[in-house]
Design a protein around this ligand. Structure first.
Ligand code: FAD
Length: 471
């Protein structure tokens, strides 16, 4: 059995510890922050997350599905809020399947408790990884309470220390490919309260979206009847040009008769914030009476996509979760992808053996890197879909056609969203299939009179023809 160091006891590190300890390895988790079960490390950040099918597959494989089920809220549909407060509910699947909302802090606490039940897991909080020797799997940890630093030698090191990973930083000193891309949109959270009697003010079984083409707000239910709202908006006020259903952001004063959009830089003063919510999200102001104060008080955070290669080095050190693939949150898959990393690693240990780490880590990197890239691309695509296309009648028609096709030909048509959220299909295969669906749907939506005949046999025949020939 191996001695394993896990750097980072967040969402992925805590699940990885469970997987590896259940195989009999001695696992030590070193987490920079304090213990979230005894200190309020999540204070001021109420983010909740969506667990999807592949997340559940991994939690089940680790034997912790039931522990997590107790703390989730099922979400069956998107609920779109238009500017006049009119609602439009669009189910996520034709067979009433749900994704599940969970508090980030609560999930982390549960998994740490499950990990700690295993006698061969040791959790070390307030320990920051300051250095890693990649050739002998030795990390130096700085204890933020005592001020002391000490080396810890292991057989294997996993860097599950998030988007700004110290382990990855060390790997970058060698032959390493890396890219970090900030998108133009930042985000800010606001808490939507429950009614005084604890009942929710909106349907908790829906992900609420206020799509405003170039910016948007969303709300995801918490177990206490409230919601976490997240406003996504460009950092810098810009002008945009609609471009074939997509948006291109250009600088102010662009000659192509652009339309102005707000940014965090122009929505700053109390008066500006109030006018902004009144114009774009009026219905939210009745649900969240202090939305303006919260906006002014809460921090603004940025979103980056990080890609790197390789994910493993020397057969001893590996990156996992956001440390390997930080993505933007618009498919709600970052954590789910990290959980799938853990399950794939566990499957490879089953296949190749627990004493064959170099082969296991090489196979892990090879299997997961293309999927990390694919979910990064899929998330960018879903960003456009959520803020922009969900309000587009053509997009809604496409969703209806796809639902109809799936009902009639479940073996031949699984919409991209279902492939990502409700299946274990590899992200890279889902991405390729999604692009093929785009090509087919482009032809179908161009059929004369499609708005009236979308349920007809003619349309169905044409789609099946295209399915059989489209590359
Ligand atoms: C607004 C938003 C919404 C999201 N929604 C979803 C969603 O709905 N579904 C989903 O699947 N994903 C979602 N994500 C993504 C998800 O949060 C991440 O993918 C997930 O947190 C990654 O887990 P991780 O353990 O790899 O990294 P983190 O959660 O970042 O954990 C890393 C841990 O390492 C610790 N650490 C860092 N540096 C060191 C060091 N030097 N030494 C020791 N410890 C260290 C940190 O303190 C932290 O505890 C969302 C992200 C954002 C920003």
């Amino acid at each position: 059995m191996s001695n394993i160091t896990i750097v980072g006891g967040g969402l992925v590190g805590s699940l990885l510890a469970i997987f590896l300890a259940k195989r009999g390895h001695n696992v030590s988790v070193f987490e920079r922050r304090g213990d979230p079960r005894t200190t309020d490390v999540y204070a001021g950040r109420s983010i909740n997350l969506v667990v999807s099918h592949r997340g559940w597959t991994s939690l089940r494989a680790a034997g912790v599905e039931e522990a997590v089920k107790e703390i989730v809220v099922p979400v069956y549909a998107r609920m779109m809020h238009d500017r006049d407060g009119k609602l439009n509910r669009v189910p996520y699947s034709i067979d009433n399947r749900a994704i599940h909302s969970v508090s980030r802090g609560e999930l982390n606490r549960r998994l740490l408790t499950e990990a700690e039940k295993l006698p061969n897991v040791k959790l070390h909080f307030n320990h920051r990884c300051a250095d890693v020797h990649l050739d002998n799997a030795t990390c130096t940890f700085h204890n933020d309470i005592t001020g002391e630093s000490a080396p810890v030698k292991a057989d294997i090191v996993f860097g599950s220390d998030g988007a700004f990973s110290a382990v990855r930083q060390k790997m970058m000193q060698g032959r390493f490919t890396y890219s970090q891309e900030y998108i133009e949109h930042d985000y800010k959270e606001v808490a939507f309260p429950a009614n005084p009697d604890g009942t929710p003010k909106m349907d908790p079984q829906c992900l609420h979206i206020w799509p405003r083409r170039y910016f948007m707000m969303m709300g995801l239910a918490n177990q206490d009847g409230g919601f976490t709202g997240t406003l996504f908006m460009p950092n810098t006020s810009a002008t945009v040009i609609p471009e074939a259903g997509r948006s291109k952001i250009v600088g102010p004063g662009h000659p192509e008769s652009p339309q102005s959009i707000p940014g965090f830089d122009t929505v700053k003063t109390e008066a500006q914030v109030k006018a902004f919510f009144q114009e774009h999200f009026a219905d939210s102001m009745t649900i969240v009476p202090d939305i303006v104060e919260q906006y002014l008080r809460n921090p603004q955070s940025s979103l980056a996509i990080i890609r790197c290669n390789p994910w493993t080095i020397n057969g001893k050190v590996a990156l996992i979760g956001d440390a390997a693939h930080a993505i933007i949150p618009f498919y709600g898959e970052g954590m789910n992808a990290g959980y799938e990393d853990c399950k794939v690693l566990n499957d490879l240990l089953n296949e190749l053996g627990d004493d064959n780490w170099p082969a296991v880590l090489a196979a892990y990197g090879k299997a997961r890197k293309p999927n990390g890239d694919a979910i990064a691309d899929l998330s960018l695509r879903n960003f456009v879909e959520m803020r922009d296309l969900v309000a587009d009648p053509k997009f809604l028609l496409r969703k209806k056609i796809e639902g109809h096709l799936q009902a009639k030909h479940p073996d031949q048509w699984l919409p991209l969203y279902s492939q990502v959220k409700f299946s274990d299909i590899q992200y890279k295969d889902a991405w390729r299939e999604g692009l093929r669906h785009d090509r087919i749907m482009e032809e179908v939506l161009a059929m004369p009179g499609i708005e009236e005949k979308w349920e007809s046999e003619e349309v169905e025949r044409r789609v099946m023809e295209l399915v059989s020939i489209a590359p």
